[in-house]
Design a protein around this ligand. Structure first.
Ligand code: NDP
Length: 281
C-alpha cells in the first residue's frame, strides 16, 4: 500500500457503532450518508470491521457513490480469532464485493493461547490465497503478539492498525514494526484533543497549528503520517472531512517537531481502546 497516495483513511467504526441489540439487517442511513459524504470529499480508503455492524452501510455507500470498486481500498476486520475465513465470506456479502483489499484480525484478545492466535493467522493466510483478501494484517497487536504469529507465518502481516497519538508513548512498537517492514495504520490520533486542556501535548499542538495555519487535528494527524504511518479517522461532519482531507496534505512537520510532540507523552499511557486488555496482556 502506498502511504503517500492514501495517508488518510475514513473509518466506519467508533462514532458509527451499531447497538448490540441491532438485528443486523436494519440500515442506519446517517452512516450511509456520512460514508457517501466522505467518498464525495475524496476518501477512497475505507476502514470497516465486523464488530462495528456497519459493513452493509459501507457496501451501500460504495455502490451508490457510482465510483468503480477498483478505485476503493476497502478493509474489514475479523471480530473473533476463530473461523476468520467463514466470517470474511459473510463480510464480503455484506460489503457487496468479491474481495477486500485488507483483512485484519481486530485484536489478539479473543485468543486464549498462542496456538489459537497462530491458527487464526493460518486461516488469514488462506483468505489471501483464495483471493478473498488482497492483503492481510492485524490490529492492536503488541510486539509479543506479532512475534507469536511471525513464528508460523508464511505470509507476513502487511499492517498493524494501532491506537497512535502522543499521549500513548510506544516508540518500541513503532521501531519493531518498521524493522519488520509492517505498515502502521494509526487510529484515535485526535485523542489528545479530548484530553484535559492545558496539557503539554495540547499546548504544543496549538503552537504548531498557529505556525502552519491549520487546525490542531491536522497537527496530530501529521504526527502520525510523518512517522511513515497512515491515519484512520472519522467524522459525521462533511466540513470537517473536507478540512481534514485538504489540510493534512498541505504541510509537513519537521523531524524535530515530531520528536517534540512525542516527548510530551513520554511516561504517559492514555488508551481509549482495549485499555483493560492491554493492562493484563
Ligand atoms: P479520531 O481520533 O480521528 O476521532 C474522530 C472523532 O473526533 C469523531 O467522532 C469526530 O467527531 C471527532 N473530531 C473530528 N475532527 C475533530 C476536531 N477537529 N476536533 C475535535 N473532534 C474532532 O478517530 P476514532 O478514534 O474515532 O477512530 C477512527 C476510526 O479508526 C474508526 O472509525 C475505526 O474505523 C478505526 N478504529 C479502529 C480501532 C481498532 O481497534 N482497530 C479502534 C478505534 C478506531 P465529529 O463527528 O463531531 O466530527
Amino acid at each position: 500500500m502506498s502511504l503517500d497516495t492514501h495517508p488518510v483513511i475514513f473509518g466506519a467504526g467508533t462514532a458509527w457503532y451499531k447497538s448490540p441489540d441491532d438485528d443486523g439487517t436494519t440500515i442506519h442511513q446517517p452512516t450511509v450518508d456520512a460514508i457517501k459524504a466522505a467518498i464525495d470529499v475524496g476518501y477512497r480508503t475505507l476502514d470497516g470491521a465486523q464488530a462495528y455492524g456497519t459493513e452493509r452501510e459501507l457496501g451501500i455507500a460504495m455502490v451508490e457513490s457510482g465510483i468503480p470498486r477498483a478505485s476503493f481500498r476497502l478493509s474489514t476486520k475479523a471480530k473473533s480469532t476463530s473461523n476468520v475465513e467463514k466470517a470474511l465470506e459473510e463480510s464480503i456479502v455484506n460489503l457487496q464485493t468479491d474481495f477486500v483489499d485488507l483483512y485484519l484480525i481486530h485484536s489478539p484478545f479473543p485468543a486464549s493461547t498462542d496456538v489459537e492466535l497462530q491458527d487464526a493467522w493460518r486461516e488469514m493466510e488462506r483468505c489471501k490465497q483464495r483471493g478473498l483478501a488482497r492483503d492481510i494484517g492485524v490490529s492492536n497487536f503488541s510486539i509479543k503478539n506479532m512475534s507469536t504469529i511471525l513464528e508460523v507465518a508464511t505470509i507476513k502481516p502487511s499492517v498493524n492498525q494501532i491506537e497512535m497519538h502522543p499521549r500513548l508513548y510506544q516508540p518500541e512498537l513503532y521501531d519493531f514494526l518498521r524493522r519488520e517492514n509492517i505498515a502502521i495504520q494509526g487510529f484515535s490520533s485526535l485523542a489528545p484533543l479530548r484530553a484535559e486542556s492545558g496539557n503539554e501535548t495540547r499546548v504544543l499542538t496549538t503552537q504548531l497549528a498557529a505556525k502552519y495555519n491549520v487546525d490542531e487535528m491536522a497537527i496530530l494527524m501529521r504526527w502520525v503520517i510523518d512517522q511513515g504511518a497512515a491515519v484512520v479517522t472519522t467524522s459525521s461532519k462533511r466540513e470537517r472531512m473536507a478540512t481534514t482531507f485538504s489540510q493534512v496534505r498541505s504541510f509537513k512537520l519537521t523531524d524535530e517537531e515530531v520528536a517534540q510532540l512525542t516527548a510530551t507523552g513520554k511516561g504517559r499511557w492514555f488508551r481509549g481502546f482495549f485499555a483493560d486488555e492491554f493492562k493484563v496482556a
